[in-house]
Design a protein. Sequence first.
Length: 100
Amino acid sequence: MALTEKDVLYVADLAHLELTDEEVKKFVPQLDSILQYMQKLNQLDTTNVEPMAQVATATAENSALRPDQARRTFSQQDAMARAPEPGGGCFKVPRVIERS
């Protein structure tokens, strides 16, 4: 199944992206190529391949992980006292996603 410009625009809309006509034309063959490759991968026999549970494990090789430690935190009252605009016991933040 060949991807169309309509498909690219649909995916862009789901991702809240505005694409120019030039970008749509550029992405049609790229996304189509990705989907064709995925179809090839789906044809592989993986019946004897064990599923991977977790890639990152806490080992000496992966010292980026640290054990959890309980620490003192702010009370809600202290946190709200430092908030630029508190409201209803929460931090008020500006809307970042607007859909028309």
